[in-house]
Write a protein that binds this ligand. Structure first.
Ligand SMILES: Cc1cc2nc3c(=O)[nH]c(=O)nc-3n(C[C@H](O)[C@H](O)[C@H](O)COP(=O)(O)O)c2cc1C
Length: 344
């Protein structure tokens, strides 16, 4: 017997539109969705054709990205009055199935994730790679961001000025290695797209930021050796605010949890008018990633989040998740790779 249908096409479309608005490494959008029409379970699969073999050989960043999309999906379901029961890695025989979200109409008090305007923040959140003003984010907002990470099963370490400088130095060391490695630099540059191209994946040049003229802020240089694509330098905030997201274990499920926690933190910041951008470079080199944990050897660092006040980030495209409901349908990308850009 067929289960009563909860998800009409419009509902499914708004769920998936929220999911794909999540941040993903190099905007690879490494996810696919499949709705089982009988069980009303929405499956989230990885998209193995959009992995980054050099920057992300263990696929940790892919899991973080998918975790962020799952968090958006949960918020959108609650917003639509549905209860999302999420199972991470539900089938050991299907390693590419990263989450299964069963949607029911039974909402409980625990489901009210979007109390603080988080759902509304999904569409407003963009990575902002421009200099921030330097006005400090007040401690109560930082505390809310920290609590969000905690509630999602991760931790947020917000260091003092000296600790922040140390994390930025480690990030700068990683960035220097990335740039010095021509193959890594080419992999990154391959995800940059030129204005006017209808790319559905990757980062448009317009969403990139400038290098810091004082060389303090190690923003990722996505342009590789093509200096002509680089923006003129600008001076970044003198005292950056940054937070290290970490988990106590480092398996696939922990990465999915870290991704959800990351998105919870980013949306909490966005809802309070705080801009964010991500500095992931040190996480891509095991020795530097380990060093970001400092003396806390039990910490498994997952992401460095820069935050502050400043301009909004440029928009990045998304491949629409086409919510067709044929049996076995997986949402298909309309392009296989962003390498439609001029630089790839
Ligand atoms: C795991 C992960 C790693 C990322 N690393 C970086 C990074 O090192 N530098 C950066 O500028 N953005 C980084 N980003 C942000 C993505 O580039 C960004 O989310 C994507 O381009 C989509 O843009 P949006 O965040 O504005 O929606 C990362 C995002 C994720 C999820």
């Amino acid at each position: 017997m067929r289960t009563r249908t909860l998800l009409d096409a419009a509902t499914l479309e708004s769920l998936l539109a929220a999911a794909v608005a999540a941040p993903s490494i190099h905007n690879t959008q490494p996810w696919r969705f499949r709705l089982d029409p009988e069980s009303q379970v929405l499956e989230v699969h990885s998209a193995p054709e959009r992995i980054l073999p050099l920057a992300d050989p263990a696929h940790r960043a892919l899991y973080l990205s998918v975790g962020a999309a799952v968090f958006n999906l949960r918020l959108a379901a609650v917003h639509l009055g549905m209860r999302p029961d999420v199972r991470l890695l539900p089938d050991p025989q299907a390693p590419g199935l990263l989450a299964a979200v069963r949607l029911t109409r039974r909402l409980t008090a625990d489901d009210h994730l979007d109390d603080a305007g988080l759902h509304e923040a999904i569409a407003r959140r963009h990575s902002s790679r421009m200099p921030f003003t330097g006005r400090p984010v007040p401690p109560p907002i930082v505390a809310e961001m920290t609590a969000a990470a905690h509630r999602a099963g991760a931790r947020l370490h917000v260091p003092d000025i000296a600790g922040t400088r140390w994390l930025l130095r480690l990030t700068a060391a990683a960035e220097a290695r990335n740039i010095a490695d021509p193959e890594r630099a080419a992999e990154t540059r391959g995800w940059i797209t030129a204005p006017g191209r209808d790319a559905l994946y990757g980062i448009p040049l317009t969403a990139l930021g400038p290098p810091d003229s004082a060389a303090r802020m190690p923003m990722r240089d996505f342009t590789g050796a093509q200096a002509a694509l680089r923006r003129p330098t600008l001076r970044f905030e003198r005292h950056a605010q940054a937070a290290l997201l970490w988990t106590s274990d480092d398996g696939r499920e922990d990465w999915l949890r870290a991704g959800q926690a990351l998105q919870y933190v980013l949306l909490t910041a966005t809802a309070r008018g705080v801009r964010t951008s991500l500095l992931h470079q040190a996480m891509e080199w095991p020795d530097l990633r380990g060093a970001t944990a400092g003396s806390r050897r039990l910490r498994r660092p997952q992401m460095l989040i820069r935050f502050g006040y400043g301009p909004d980030g440029g928009h990045t495209p998304r491949a629409s998740a086409n919510p067709e409901r044929e049996a076995g349908c997986v949402t298909e990308p309309r392009a296989s790779h962003p390498g439609t850009g001029p630089t790839g």
